[in-house]
Design a protein. Structure first.
Length: 254
């Protein structure tokens, strides 16, 4: 997902997308974990049409076939071209907006949240799946991911538009919805949004899939058992070890 304001040309190398699609097709372990995430997302959606922002190769359609997929560039994998900031043009069109690993690439996260609020119907949901900067999460992303995870660099006014080039900070959701939650909730209210849920998930199961670049270390059947065990962990434990977080915001009826 390219976060810039204007839709760029040739954003994606289609060969890279094709390789990711091939790995998705061939890895039952990877599908097991992602499908578990998408099932959790589905449980949080309101009835009605759902738009995904930054869909990449459209993985979420595995469990959400009715989903409208989008990205900043129209590719064979998505239904339409639409940027996160252009959501404001979709005024009241959607019962749900869903984004997976998009927020931490945005230089203007509050601008995106305002646009998503405008695109939702009253009572609609914005569901965000993002990296979690828990104690274990920060350690894991520091050593095993190329993108930085530095929530300490994120604070008011939550605007990083002065920079150039690609942007990423995997601590974005944690900073907004955990560390600065009170201030962000105040701003969300002005956008007609309410933060209803912040849930940590995904411990060791996801790394054992090997992701999109390495072979899986456990078969899909074993990972499903592990995922069930992780779901049963107390919230206080998941808050320490979770690698991902699911945040749910609701459009106020006013």
């Amino acid at each position: 997902m390219n976060p810039e304001h204007q839709t760029p040309q040739a954003t994606y190398d289609l060969r890279l997308l094709a390789r990711s699609a091939e790995k998705w097709r061939d890895s039952a372990a990877l599908r097991a974990v992602y499908e578990d995430i998408f099932a959790e997302v589905r449980e949080r959606l309101s009835p009605g049409p759902t738009l995904e922002i930054g869909s990449g190769i459209g993985l979420a359609k595995t469990l959400l076939p009715e989903l409208t997929t989008s990205d900043v560039e129209k590719t064979p994998y998505v239904d339409r071209a639409l940027s996160a900031y252009d959501l404001a043009q979709e005024a009241g069109a959607w019962a749900n907006v869903f984004a997976f690993d998009v927020l931490h690439h945005l230089r203007e996260p509050l601008r995106f949240l305002a646009a998503a609020g405008a695109a939702l119907r009253p009572g609609g949901r914005l569901v965000l799946v993002e990296p979690a900067a828990t104690p274990v999460g920060r350690w894991f992303y520091r050593f095993f991911h190329h993108e930085p995870c530095r929530p300490e660099e994120i604070g008011p006014p939550f605007d990083f538009s002065g920079g150039k080039g690609e942007f990423a900070n995997m601590g974005m959701a944690w900073a907004l919805f955990v560390e600065h939650r009170a201030e962000v909730e105040h701003r969300l209210f002005a956008f007609g949004l309410r933060l209803d849920e912040v849930r940590m998930r995904d411990g060791i199961a996801y790394p054992l899939t090997g992701g999109f670049s390495k072979p899986a270390l456990l078969p899909a059947c074993a990972l499903r058992v592990l995922l069930a065990g992780e779901r049963a962990l107390p919230a206080m434990v998941r808050r320490k070890i979770g690698l991902r977080m699911v945040s749910v915001l609701t459009r106020l009826e006013r």
